[in-house]
Design a protein around this ligand. Structure first.
Ligand SMILES: Cc1ncc(COP(=O)(O)O)c(C=O)c1O
Length: 430
């Protein structure tokens, strides 16, 4: 079969009438995506931030192959299995504090839905019916399902059309400076009695534009959440497993979430799996003689043995290979090589945190042209909003990373010139 057969596909985040034909991937290997036509692209975004060990790591492939033969899937209601038990025990060990009850899900959005349900029911089970709302943050993103959409930035987060249909949450600024801190505290105080939980992406709001905040901001959020008697939900789906420099980002602020959402790199990018992990205190609120106090949730493919085997193998790799050192090296190289980009025309800011490098521009015009330029340079990179960013596999070599940063530095001025030429010609034409 030749050509791109999209006649029956409905693609994500895509205006199907006008979008250019997508590229067709044939294989993956290491840090590369190999296209049908033989072109090889360095994946600068780790397949939506999942492939932290690169693709097809033999240790993960072997573990999955073995599991595929033993038991690819079995339902999780009334049955458990060794891969899930082992994974849950390992997560409970590597997560700090009393985060030790693991509820598996099949996607990050569902893990967020589960976290929100847990927070509301935690209160209901204790007879407190007044806390059914959430406080979340501008520029936040927590997924595309309805509850997750409701805590995502209502204006910038792709879901503005659904305003009025979604439950209305309290949306606060991240407390970065005096003004935003005052506004944050004002909103927490005003809604303290009705908030079940505060949900935040620790240190980096990724899909909202790679917006970064420091440990102090996260600490302010955690303290205010505690004072309001609400649960702190850290959504680490995008930054977990080293992406922001430590295995879990929130540990850099020393805060203690009541619930944490994990996903994306949990399986090293091999297969979908997510988890909502709660503290013993949260879990205990669901224990009683009353069946209605149980958590009524159970995705069909939750805790798939195949996915748990991949996640266990991924955790092995964090123990046996120097992933966090690799992240530190990437962080230093990104800082070094992206610093000059700050001075290019149209660039507002350059931000680096761990294995995340982001260039914020004034206005992301000619997006299709820009994406095609990166492909021509041998790179798979997906700018969005007004950021051009890289989140490479941690196994990216220094020279591959230089190809990525070099392409950003080289393509951006040409792209700015294009905008300038267009502006000039529209000016000349009247
Ligand atoms: C912080 C965060 N939470 C939740 C999600 C949703 O995860 P999924 O796409 O697996 O549903 C994402 C996805 O980008 C995310 O970045």
């Amino acid at each position: 079969m030749t050509g791109v057969q999209t006649a029956h596909l409905w693609l994500p985040y895509t205006q199907m009438q006008t979008a250019p034909a997508p590229l067709r991937a044939a294989r993956t290997a290491g840090t590369r995506i190999i296209l049908d036509d033989g072109r090889e692209l360095i994946d600068a975004v780790s397949s939506w931030w999942t492939a932290c060990h690169g693709y097809n790591h033999p240790h993960i492939v072997m573990a999955m192959e073995k599991q595929l033969h033993d038991m690819p899937h079995v339902m999780f209601g009334g049955l458990v299995h060794e891969p899930a038990e082992r994974l849950a025990a390992r997560l409970a060990t590597i997560l700090p504090g009393p985060l030790n009850r693991v509820f598996f899900a099949d996607s990050g959005s569902v893990a967020v839905e589960v976290a929100m349900k847990m927070a509301v029911q935690y209160r209901l089970n204790r007879g407190d019916t007044g806390r059914t709302r959430f406080l979340s943050f501008r520029d936040g993103y927590h997924g595309d399902t309805l509850a997750a959409m409701s805590v995502t930035d209502p204006d910038e987060g792709m879901h503005a059309l659904f305003k009025g249909y979604l439950p209305e949450q309290v949306i606060a600024p991240i407390p970065r400076d005096e003004e935003s801190t005052a506004e944050f505290h004002r909103l927490v105080d005003a809604h303290a009695d009705e908030i079940a939980g505060v949900i935040v992406e620790p240190l980096v709001q990724c899909a909202g534009g790679m917006k970064m905040h420091d440990a102090d901001a996260l600490k302010t959020i955690a303290d205010a959440t505690r004072d309001a008697g609400a649960l702190l939900i850290c959504d680490e789906i995008a930054v977990n497993f080293g992406r922001a420099g430590t295995l879990f980002a929130h540990t850099q602020a020393g805060v203690a979430p009541d619930i944490i959402c994990l996903g994306k790199a949990l399986t090293g990018g091999a297969i979908n799996l997510a988890a909502t992990v709660a503290t013993a205190d949260v879990f205990e609120a669901f224990l009683s003689e009353n069946a209605d106090d149980a958590l009524m949730h159970g995705p069909t493919y939750m805790a798939s043995p195949l996915a748990c085997a991949a996640a266990n193998a991924s955790l092995d790799l964090f123990e046996t290979e120097p992933r966090l050192q690799q992240v530190a090296t990437i962080d230093a190289q990104l800082k070094r090589e992206l610093a000059p980009v700050k001075d290019l025309p149209g660039v507002l800011d350059v931000r680096v945190k761990g294995a995340i490098g982001a260039v914020e521009v004034e206005n992301l015009h000619d997006l299709d042209w820009l994406k095609a330029q990166f492909v021509d340079a041998g790179i798979w990179l997906r700018p969005f909003g007004n950021v051009i960013y890289t989140m490479p596999p941690f196994t990216v070599t220094p020279s591959e990373l230089s190809v990525i940063t070099g392409a950003i530095s080289e393509i951006l001025p040409r792209w700015a010139e294009r905008a300038h030429d267009r502006e000039k010609s529209s000016w000349d034409n009247g």
